[in-house]
Structures are given as structure tokens and as C-alpha cells.
Design a protein around this ligand. Structure first.
Ligand SMILES: [Zn+2]
Ligand SMILES: [Zn+2]
Ligand SMILES: [Zn+2]
Ligand SMILES: [Zn+2]
Length: 304
């Protein structure tokens, strides 16, 4: 419930800072005194230019908090946005400056397409991984898939309108270049949030569990790569509840050898249950509870 309210707050903050940034960028005449940078004759407005940049960064920060479990997807999305925006702008502004600019824009747009391809591959790999673990889970990505090219298209259209407006040309904007820029920016923002929302909901919790699992395996089997000491098969993390006080303990388990690795009560290192601890040479007869100090065979503990 807490997390739900946090999500709503973050999405509202992201939308708010996005609108602020959009408005500051939209005021082409600028707010505040104009300062001319000596470089390329770029104009800089004392209030609206920093506002545009800072509010844009605040938007990214809110989105990062919102989608922290899958934020590398967010970074790729920002990459798609930047490459597409830059490519489109360069294409129309440098239209008559020779064909090298065509090549530059082509490369930028192809890189954006490559990022989309990469994101799709990653999502499908993750889905088949989850389905191999949980065959009953139905995960459909068909609604999510079109969101990425649509996001790129909206970004292209918005920067097309922006350059037309900036150059004072009509193009195919029917005199609505300014409004077109705003509309397609909003649509791109919405599609981008959607493109992150779906994987976060589907996979976020799983990714978190997986991270916890790899943490447990890494702690109990340092240098072992999470492999079973007997058969070298992959081990899984498993929660075990103490028969006396129900305190939960995380152990590594190989279901081929039915072998457990748990932290040793003597030295704290991971040791194979039923063998001698390699750290302190104390025999590991069973599992040891950190809370009530109960120690006994694994069969008395229930897995959770
Ligand atoms: Zn998994
Ligand atoms: Zn094994
Ligand atoms: Zn030990
Ligand atoms: Zn206990």
C-alpha cells in the first residue's frame, strides 16, 4: 500500500517536472535576460534555459526512482530518445549542407533502432527464463512490443515539428508546428512511461527475488559461482524455518544431490550440511538457528 502511494506520487512528480521542462523549452523567445554564448552563436535565456535542463533532469530522476528495478531499460529508452531527437533535428536543419549529414543522421537513427532491438531481445530472454522456472505463468509481451517503435516515431515527429518551427518553415505541419511539437512530446512521454511500466510490473518482483537469490548463493558459496560442491550443478536459494522459533534462514540447495549449504555456526562461512566446515573444521550436523540457537537435522526445518 505504501509503495502504491509512492508510485502515484512519483508519476505525478515526473509528469509535473516534464511539463515544466516542456513549457520552458516551448517558450522559444525565452524567459529572462538573453545571453549569447560565444560558441556557435547559441542563445541562452537566464531563466528558461536552466529551467528546461533542470526540470528535464528532475523528470529523469523521478522516473529512475519509479522504475529502479529495471532502470537499465530506462537508460536505453533515454538513449533512443536522444539519438532519435538529435538525428531528426540534424537531418532537417542540415538538409542542404551536403550528404555527410545524411550519413550522420542515418547512423544516429540506426543506433536508436539497434537499442530497440536490444531491449526487445533482453525482454524476451527474461520472459523465457521466467517461464522455464514457472511454467504456469502466462506473460504476454504483445501489448508492450509496439510501444518501443511508437515511442521512437513520436520522438521523430516532435523533433520534426520543432525544427520546422525553429526554422520558420511550414513543411507538413499545416502551420501547427508549435502545437505539433507539444502534442508529440506528450505522446512520447506517455508511451515511454508505458514501455517501462509493463516490464516493471511483470518482471520487477522477479528480478528482485533473483538478485536476492544470487546474493545468498554468493555469500554461501564464494568463488563457487553458485555451483553444488558435489555435482557442480546449479544450486538454488531456499528459505528454511526454525522448528523452535520459526526464524527464517536462507540456505543453498541442490535438488540433484539433496545437498544443503548453510552458514556455519562456528565461523559463519558457507559449509556443506553433513560434512566438516572447511573454515573452522567443526562438523556441520544440521542447521543452526541464529535467533534461538536451536541446532538440528535439516528434516526438522520446514522450507518456506
Ligand atoms: Zn529466475
Ligand atoms: Zn549437487
Ligand atoms: Zn565453520
Ligand atoms: Zn530458532
Amino acid at each position: 500500500m505504501e509503495r502504491e502511494r509512492e508510485k502515484v506520487t512519483l508519476i505525478a512528480l515526473a509528469a509535473g517536472s516534464f511539463l515544466t521542462s516542456l513549457y520552458a523549452g516551448y517558450r522559444l523567445d525565452g524567459i529572462g535576460r538573453t545571453i549569447e554564448l560565444p560558441l556557435f552563436g547559441i542563445e541562452f535565456h537566464l531563466i528558461s534555459t536552466p529551467l528546461w535542463i533542470l526540470a528535464g533532469l528532475a523528470t529523469l530522476l523521478c522516473l529512475q526512482q519509479l522504475f529502479h528495478e529495471i532502470w537499465h531499460h530506462g537508460v536505453w529508452l533515454v538513449g533512443i530518445y536522444a539519438l532519435t531527437g538529435l538525428g531528426t533535428t540534424l537531418f532537417y536543419v542540415m538538409f542542404d549542407q551536403g550528404y555527410t549529414w545524411y550519413l550522420v543522421t542515418l547512423v544516429l537513427l540506426l543506433l536508436a533502432l539497434f537499442l530497440i532491438y536490444w531491449m526487445v531481445l533482453e525482454m524476451y530472454a527474461l520472459r523465457s527464463h521466467i517461464q522455464s522456472e514457472l511454467p504456469d505463468e502466462e506473460i504476454a509481451l504483445s501489448d508492450w512490443l509496439p510501444a518501443l517503435p511508437t515511442f521512437m516515431l513520436f520522438t521523430m515527429l516532435s523533433y520534426y515539428c520543432y525544427t520546422k518551427w525553429y526554422l520558420g518553415e511550414d513543411g507538413w505541419t499545416f502551420g501547427y508546428a508549435r502545437q505539433g511539437y507539444l502534442l508529440f512530446q506528450l505522446l512520447a512521454f506517455g508511451t515511454g512511461v508505458y514501455a517501462l511500466w509493463i516490464p516493471q510490473g511483470l518482471l520487477g518482483r522477479h528480478i528482485k527475488e533473483e538478485l536476492q537469490e544470487s546474493e545468498v548463493l554468493h555469500k554461501l558459496l564464494p568463488g563457487g559461482g553458485g555451483r553444488c560442491p558435489e555435482c557442480s550443478g546449479e544450486m538454488r536459494a531456499r528459505g528454511m524455518a526454525c522448528p523452535e522459533c520459526e526464524e527464517r534462514k536462507r540456505v543453498a540447495f541442490c535438488n540433484v544431490c539433496e545437498l544443503y549449504v548453510a552458514s556455519c555456526s562456528g565461523c559463519g562461512l558457507g559449509a556443506q550440511v553433513g560434512a566438516v566446515c572447511k573454515g573452522c573444521e567443526q562438523p556441520m550436523g544440521g542447521l543452526h538457528c541464529n535467533a534461538c540457537k536451536h541446532a538440528g537435522p535439516v528434516r526438522f526445518w520446514s522450507s518456506t
